[in-house]
Design a protein around this ligand. Structure first.
Ligand SMILES: *Cc1c(COP(=O)(O)O)cnc(C)c1O
Length: 376
C-alpha cells in the first residue's frame, strides 16, 4: 500500500469547481495585485482568528521579516554599535531564525521543552541582554507555545512578542486563538500548511492597528502615499490569485482541522501501550490543529528506513537544530548547547496526518511503525 505524507489532490477534488471559478474571475478582472480578493481574505482571516487586523504578504517568511521591521527590529546601514538580539527556539523551521538574521539582528537560541517541542519559557530569561528586542515563540506542529509564560517574561523585560504561527492557524490556548497573545502573529499559506495556497503566501495578524498600518506600508516598499517612502520596506505583497484560492479554502479549515485531530486520535489509540513510541503531548489548555503528527522512537533512522521501504511517506522535521546550521556557525554555538533540541532532531518522525487520509492507510502506517519499533 502506498501512503503519501500529504495528498493535496484529495483536498482539491472537493473544491475544484469553486477554485477554478475564483481563478477565472481574477483572470477576467486582470487585477493581480491587491484588490477585493486580498482585502476580502484579510477580513476573513482576521474574523476567523478574532484579531482586529490582518495584512496579506508574500510568504510566511516575509510575514516574519515584515513583522520584525514593523515592531522596530531592523538595522540600517547607518546604525552603529551592536546588533539587536531576538530570542528564538533552536528547534523550528529555518525561517524563524533566518528572518531575524535578514533584518540585521542576531538570533539568540533557547532550548525547547522535551515533550511539546515548543520554546522552553524557563530558558528565555537567562538569555536576555540589554540588546534583546523581541522573542519569537513558534507554535510548532500546530500546538501553541506556553504563551502565558512567554508573554509574562516579555512584558517584564519590555520585549516584543512575534508569534510564529506558520503551522498553527486556528490553534488556541485556553480558548484564545493564535494572533491574540503577542504583538502579532505570522501565518504561512505554503501549500503544506493547514491553509495552503496555490503557491506561496502569508499574513501578519494583530490587534495593534498602528503595527498593522506599518506592516501594510512595509509590504509595499514603505510607500505612503504613492512614491513617497516613509521607511525602507520591500515587495512583500500577496497576489490576488493566491487570495482567491485561499478564500475558497478558508470555510473548510475547521472541518479539515477536525479530520486531522481524528486521525491523531486514531494514531494515539494505535500506539497506546507501546512504551517505545512517544506520542505527541498536547497540553490540556491547548487545541492543536495537528499540522504534523510527530512521534519519538529510540531507533528513529531504522524506523524511517522501514517506513520508506513500505512505501509510507514520512519526514524528519527537523534533522539539524538551528544552532548547528553552517550559516550560523559564526554565532559560536556548539553541540550540547541545547540538549532537548538535539534529542528531538535525532528521535522524532512525522507520519501522514492530512485530513483525507483513509483509515485503512492510517492503520497500515500504525502497524508498520509498531513493527519497525519492535525490530520486526
Ligand atoms: C513554513 C514555516 C515558515 C515559513 O513560511 P513560508 O510561507 O514557507 O515562507 C516559518 N516558520 C515556520 C515554523 C514554518 O513552519
Amino acid at each position: 500500500m502506498k501512503v503519501p505524507l500529504l495528498d493535496l489532490k484529495a483536498q482539491y477534488k472537493g473544491i475544484k469547481e469553486e477554485t477554478l471559478k475564483a481563478i477565472e474571475e481574477v483572470l477576467e478582472s486582470q487585477r493581480f495585485i491587491g484588490g477585493d480578493n486580498v482585502s476580502g481574505l484579510e477580513e476573513a482571516v482576521a474574523a476567523y482568528s478574532g484579531t482586529r487586523c490582518a495584512v496579506g504578504v508574500s510568504s510566511g517568511t516575509d510575514a516574519l521579516i515584515a513583522a520584525l521591521m514593523g515592531v522596530g527590529v531592523y538595522r540600517s546601514p547607518l546604525d552603529e554599535g551592536r546588533a539587536d538580539e531576538v530570542i528564538v527556539p533552536a528547534y523550528t523551521f529555518f525561517a524563524t531564525a533566518g528572518s531575524v538574521w535578514r533584518v540585521g539582528a542576531r538570533p539568540v537560541f533557547a532550548d525547547i521543552e522535551a515533550d511539546t517541542y515548543n520554546i522552553k519559557a524557563d530558558d528565555i530569561e537567562g538569555r536576555i541582554t540589554p540588546h534583546t528586542k523581541a522573542v519569537i515563540p513558534v507554535h510548532l506542529y500546530g500546538q501553541c507555545a506556553d504563551m502565558e509564560a512567554v508573554c509574562q517574561i516579555a512584558s517584564r523585560h519590555g520585549l516584543k512578542v512575534i508569534e510564529d504561527a506558520a503551522q498553527a492557524i486556528g490553534a488556541s490556548q485556553n480558548g484564545v486563538k493564535v494572533g491574540n497573545f503577542g504583538d502579532c502573529a505570522c501565518l504561512s499559506f505554503f501549500p503544506s500548511k493547514n491553509l495552503g495556497g496555490l503557491g506561496d503566501g502569508g499574513m501578519v495578524i494583530t490587534n495593534d492597528e498602528a503595527l498593522a498600518r506599518r506592516v501594510r506600508e512595509i509590504r509595499n516598499h514603505g510607500m505612503e502615499p504613492k512614491y513617497y517612502h516613509k521607511h525602507v520596506g520591500g515587495n512583500f505583497r500577496l497576489d490576488a490569485l493566491q487570495a482567491a484560492g485561499l478564500l475558497v479554502k478558508l470555510p473548510h479549515l475547521d472541518r479539515w482541522a477536525q479530520m486531522r485531530r481524528a486521525n491523531a486520535a486514531a494514531y494515539d489509540e494505535a500506539f497506546c501501550g507501546i512504551d517505545e513510541i512517544k506520542i505527541p503531548k498536547i497540553r490540556p489548555e491547548n487545541y492543536s490543529i495537528y499540522n504534523q503528527y510527530i512521534i519519538e522512537v529510540p531507533n528513529r533512522d531504522a524506523v524511517l528506513d522501514a517506513l520508506r521501504a513500505a512505501d509510507i511517506g514520512c519526514e524528519i522535521y527537523y534533522p539539524l537544530p538551528l544552532h548547528l546550521q553552517e550559516c550560523f556557525s559564526a554565532l559560536g554555538y556548539k553541540e550540547g548547547d541545547f540538549p532537548n533540541s538535539e534529542y528531538a532532531a535525532k528521535h522524532t518522525l512525522a507520519l501522514p496526518i492530512y485530513p483525507e487520509l483513509p483509515l485503512e492507510q492510517l492503520r497500515y502506517v500504525a502497524k508498520s511503525v509498531s513493527d519497525a519499533v519492535a525490530g520486526k
